[in-house]
Design a protein around this ligand. Structure first.
Ligand code: GLC
Ligand code: CA
Length: 574
């Protein structure tokens, strides 16, 4: 694989609205991010992806953009953005923005012009269809929007309807129109010229619709079919993505990471292979495990063995093809520690275990804000605590399926996107030090225990463990192996144990973790050979670790056997 500047970096996702509020209005902002760059640097983050900060009515928290060239005043000004780019550059950090081009906001000028003149040029920017009085009963197709209900809505004050696969305030852009594509590439180039390192690319698989728009078999009682079914019928997305690469990303050598669900068998190479559409894409395999087509209420958490299988599947399918980006959570997912860890491992040891297992996989590790503290899901007191449109819809789905209000709340609480969107927990002061005003979303009450200030001051904290993981991956002695070495799963059939080798040139590193509450002994012939050096252990206390890690062989091996305590994780050079 051709080496790229970003392969050995640590990436970090900022959800600006909840990161740090600099002016007391309860909303995080760009000056707030600037003031925390040193914090991020200290952690080891190099590449920062900002969820959208463009002008937006916030129907979907900024993923509904009304002006691609403007910063929403809630987040600051264009001068602030320029300053952020400048301050990041000074620290050798790279900024990615979110590229949301499957849809815009219904408050975007393009949409307003389409309403004024649906037959004019801007009508062609969207998917419009003629509609009579009875349009709700005669929809052009029966697709279900991701946030519930049909994908059609009335184009205000016209005899047309428009398509929206997300919220009704997010009309889909018509990528079949070359004029629209020109506008998008122009905008991307404008941002890259400003000095962005690249983009995270939102919901991109949705840009190619199967045409003509038709209905597919219904999969729920609402008579609608899921977008998964729809996308399985779409062919030819490569023409758009290849063009976007050639006309926008490639000339700038931009780093791009795609939010790609629903890619088809064998397509990985086109997406992230040599001259792929993107530099990388997220591995979402484990986020899908346990999800039911019926909705969140019928979904269940993956078991540790399922988690392991998903990770290994992704490692296998990407080996020799491209470089995936690895996560345990993001702004659309529950907190990873609450989702993937068994109940008895919901503590600092367990959090470090999960961190070790995903961070050492081959691929670019992304940390989502607060993950480095071990932030957890929040408990909703009532549905009024919920802001997220997706959660509000899933709550209704659960009620319709017959759950009581209490059951429905509990069910959606597990998966709600708001779990990850609660304000960042900076310290144990009021509002977790996030704002001096009233936070836009309730702070998780556990901030008195889980917060950056406390953890940065404590050597054996989750925060310091993340810092060490990032430093280890960049350590010249191990970098080649941890960044480029092949992943070779071992002990795959052993339930409750997740283990893999990273094989570099003349170097092998074992990453192993015990996901059970029992001490476990495993046998690995490789442990008999040669000198062993413990690189990281979630069980050792700092002082002891410093002494022992030096060059002392690991005490827990004998005759090819290794003892692991409950939820212990180790990284060992063999
Ligand atoms: C992506 C975003 C999500 C958003 C959706 C629509 O999945 O991550 O937050 O709601 O796209 O833009
Ligand atoms: Ca603010």
């Amino acid at each position: 694989m051709e080496k790229k500047w970003w392969h050995g970096k640590t990436a970090y996702q900022i959800y600006p609205k909840s990161f740090y509020d600099s002016n007391g209005d309860g909303i995080g902002d760009i000056p707030g991010i600037i003031s925390k760059l040193d914090y991020l640097k200290e952690l080891g983050a190099d590449i920062l992806w900002l969820s959208p900060v463009y002008v937006s009515p916030m129907a979907d928290q900024g993923y509904d953009i009304a002006d691609y060239y403007g910063i929403d005043p809630r987040f600051g000004t264009m001068e602030d953005m320029d300053r952020l780019l400048e301050e990041a550059r000074k620290r050798d950090m790279y900024i990615l923005m979110d590229l949301v081009v499957n849809h815009c906001s219904d408050e975007h000028e393009w949409f307003r012009k389409a309403c004024e003149d649906p037959d004019g040029p801007f009508g062609e920017y969207f998917y419009l269809r003629r509609a009579g009085e009875n349009w709700e009963k005669e929809l052009p197709c029966n697709w279900r929007s991701y946030f519930g209900g049909p994908v059609w809505n009335r184009l205000p004050e016209t005899d047309r309807i428009y398509l929206h696969v997300f919220h009704k305030k997010q009309p889909d852009l018509n990528w079949e129109n070359p004029g629209l594509r020109d506008e998008i590439y122009k905008m991307i180039n404008w941002w890259l010229d400003k000095g962005l390192a690249g983009f995270r690319i939102d919901a991109i698989i949705n840009i190619k619709k199967p045409l003509p728009l038709t209905s597919y078999p219904a999969d729920r009682e609402d008579g609608l079919c899921s977008m998964d079914t729809v996308l399985a019928h779409a062919e030819g997305i490569g023409e758009f993505l290849g063009e976007m690469r050639d006309r926008a990303f490639a000339p700038h050598d931009a780093f791009t990471v795609g939010e790609v669900f629903n890619d088809k068998e064998g397509e990985l190479e086109d997406f992230i292979g040599e001259n792929g559409y993107f530099s990388s894409m997220f591995d979402f395999r484990e986020t899908l495990e346990g999800k039911s087509e019926e909705g969140w209420y019928a979904s269940r958490k993956p078991t540790p063995d399922e988690y392991k299988r998903c990770c290994f599947e992704s490692q296998r399918r990407s080996e020799g093809i491209g470089y995936l980006s690895n996560i345990i959570e993001n702004h659309d997912e529950p907190r990873g520690v609450s989702h993937y860890l068994p109940r008895e491992a919901q503590n600092e040891t367990g959090k470090k275990l999960l961190a070790t297992m995903y961070f050492c996989l081959k691929g670019l590790p992304f940390i989502y804000q607060g993950q480095e503290l071990g932030m957890e899901n929040i408990e909703f007191r009532s549905i009024d605590d919920v802001d997220d449109v997706n959660t509000l819809d899933e709550y209704q789905v659960a009620l319709k399926a017959g759950l009581s209000e209490e059951e429905a709340l509990k069910a959606v609480n597990q998966y709600s996107r708001d779990n990850a969107r609660t304000p960042f927990q900076w310290n144990s002061e009021e509002n977790a030090g996030f704002t001096t005003g009233t936070p836009w979303l309730r702070v998780n009450p556990n901030y008195t225990e889980i917060n950056a200030e406390e953890e940065m001051g404590r050597q054996d904290s989750v925060w310091n463990y993340y810092r060490k993981l990032s430093a280890l991956r960049k350590d010249p002695a191990y970098r080649e192996t941890l960044v480029y070495g092949r992943t070779e799963p071992v002990l795959e059939e052993v339930s409750g144990i997740m283990a893999y080798f990273r094989r570099g040139e003349g170097q092998t590193i074992l990453v192993i973790g015990n996901f059970t509450g029992e001490p476990r002994q495993v046998e690995l012939p490789e442990l008999e050979k040669g000198r062993k050096r413990l690189l990281l252990d979630n069980d050792l206390l700092w002082e002891k670790e410093k002494k022992e890690a030096a060059a002392v062989p690991c005490p827990a091996y004998k005759d090819g056997k290794l003892w692991l305590k409950p939820f212990q994780a180790q990284v060992i050079e063999l």
